[in-house]
Design a protein around this ligand. Structure first.
Ligand SMILES: Nc1ncnc2c1ncn2[C@@H]1O[C@H](COP(=O)(O)OP(=O)(O)OP(=O)(O)O)[C@@H](O)[C@H]1O
Ligand SMILES: [Mg+2]
Length: 494
């Protein structure tokens, strides 16, 4: 299938999001779509599949003007979309999720459960994922939910697949597997639009790249004819020198200590310390138990045994409220469920958990202080929005992530747990988040960072703990850590 989008314009209210985008997708190519958070990538693709209506411009599919009234028609026409935001139905099983809206029936209208099961298992085998298909999707980790979305799109036998940040929640191994699948799809003539903020991936898997900025196409190039530096410069409109700021850690006293923490069947004998001013990175494969350890630290899950100490004193953290009371903040990897109230404004999302820090001694909230804080962080984190009153759901994926981070900064925690903090965030804003982490640790905050991006773990952690199957299998200092050493420990090697 060949797609040509010409001079596409789109505004949401007064917010002009696209103002003249050209995009061509050839048969059998993997085409990267890059641009800063809020540049309009997801919107452009949503226009292609008929989720949004364009204000102006033409779309040609195999040379014929085509406008789909809804995503359903686009899918019937052979265009599948793996959305950036995970859309699984938590109360339905994995299998039900895979076949939602396209259940297989025989000539008598009877559900062909057996056939559907076989297809699902076969698809998971191709992707090398092990997810029980009868489990409720809500029980799956974020990474598994991502895999369900991918499998679902692949099962439609599409001619064009739009992948919007498909690897944000996946680990290196799964990404490799996905890349194998992309390679074989391309051989079969399937075209792929690949949206990602991960430069390495784009240069590994894509044939061409289109860069967008401020709602316009900046350039389209063959991958071999361009470079990291050139792409970044076109994206952000300026040179970006180093990806990671220099760290000058001055670790102080131990703020948090985990002692033999266990949660039956999930993790066992987890012991570690975090000092003030320190960033401790947690590395490991998806499903190793890193997020589960963090959830327990924050009181979202209970411990079977072991204890948590804050500044040398044993504390009881049974609920998130207890954690917050002890100065522990948690930026979850799941911004949709736990991180944000989508219908609330940016401002309310940012200040709600920290209302007390904006009130005077009599408990009166200073709306001026509040607004200052909100405005500063919007500017600081390059959150792309017209106003702080905009509902969180109307922000682009990466900008939502930034709001989650801002909200916890407002609380002024002693310990801040960051689970995949830069997931879906563009290069420029990533750098801002790293700078913010540096500032927080300079102020004495202890940071625990869970990240599946090895360069990020290596770039920002003062110490790295590697988790494998619910156990800490090793600790590496910033100096001694390498990708190879981490991978060895993460896969259970010595
Ligand atoms: N339904 C909507 N109503 C109002 N504004 C919207 C809506 N959807 C998107 N926008 C705005 O359109 C702009 C582009 O958003 P889009 O999601 O396309 O960005 P993106 O390039 O995909 O960014 P990211 O890398 O963060 O995913 C953003 O400023 C966003 O706030
Ligand atoms: Mg997007």
């Amino acid at each position: 299938m060949h797609i040509q989008m010409n001079d596409i314009h789109k505004a949401f209210g007064t917010n002009q999001v696209l103002s003249g985008v050209d995009f061509e997708l050839r048969e059998g190519e993997v085409h990267a779509l890059m641009g800063e958070n809020g540049a309009g990538k997801s919107t452009l693709m949503n226009i292609l599949i008929g989720l949004h209506e364009r204000n102006q411009g033409t779309i040609l599919i195999d040379g014929k003007e085509t406008y789909f009234p809804s995503p359903k028609e686009a899918e019937q026409h052979g265009i599948a979309f793996i959305h950036q935001e995970l859309n699984v139905w938590p109360d339905m099983t994995v299998l039900e999720n895979l076949f939602i809206g396209k259940e297989m029936t025989n000539a008598f209208g009877i559900l062909q459960t057996k056939e559907m099961r076989t297809l699902a298992i076969e698809q998971f085998r191709k992707l090398a994922v092990t997810i029980p298909i009868d489990q409720e999707a809500g029980q799956c980790s974020v990474g598994q939910q991502q895999m369900i979305e991918i499998a679902k799109a692949l099962m439609t036998n599409a001619k064009v697949i739009v992948m919007d940040e498909p690897t944000a929640a996946l680990t290196e191994r799964e990404i490799e597997k996905l890349f194998e699948v992309i390679h074989s799809l391309r051989k079969e003539g399937v075209s792929i639009v690949y949206i990602s903020h991960r430069m390495e991936e784009i240069f590994t898997i894509c044939d061409r790249i289109t860069v967008m900025r401020d709602g316009k196409t900046v350039d389209t190039k063959d991958i071999p004819d361009t470079s990291f530096e050139e792409v970044v410069k076109k994206m952000v409109g300026r040179e970006l020198t180093e990806r990671y700021p220099v760290r000058n850690p001055k670790p102080g006293e131990v703020v948090l200590e985990a002692k033999n923490m266990s949660r039956k069947g999930i993790f066992e004998n987890i012991s570690f310390t975090v000092r003030s001013g320190e960033i401790v990175g947690f590395s490991g494969l998806m499903g190793a138990g890193r997020t589960e350890i963090m959830r327990a630290l924050f009181g979202l899950d209970s411990l079977t045994s072991g204890e948590i100490q804050i500044r040398g004193k044993k504390v009881m953290i049974r609920r998130p409220e207890d954690a917050v009371k002890h100065g522990v903040g948690f930026i979850t990897e799941d911004r949709k469920d736990e991180g944000l109230v989508l219908d609330f404004s940016i401002k309310d999302n940012m200040v709600l958990p920290s209302l007390f820090s904006f009130s005077n001694r009599a408990g009166v909230i200073s709306s001026k202080k509040e607004q200052e804080f909100v405005d500063t962080l919007i500017k600081r984190l390059l959150i792309k929005t017209e106003s702080s009153e905009t509902a969180a759901k109307n922000l682009s994926g990466g900008n939502q992530q930034k709001v989650v981070i801002a909200k916890w900064v407002g609380i002024g925690p002693n310990v801040l747990i960051l689970d995949e903090p830069t997931r879906g965030v563009d290069v420029g804003a990533k750098r801002e988040i790293y700078e913010l982490m540096n500032e927080l640790t300079d102020r004495g905050v202890a940071i625990i960072m869970v990240s599946s991006e090895l360069p990020e773990v290596l770039g920002m952690s003062d110490r790295i703990l590697v988790v494998h199957e619910g156990h800490i299998t090793g600790e590496l200092s910033h100096e001694e850590a390498t990708q190879e050493k981490i991978m060895t420990l993460a896969t259970g090697g010595q």
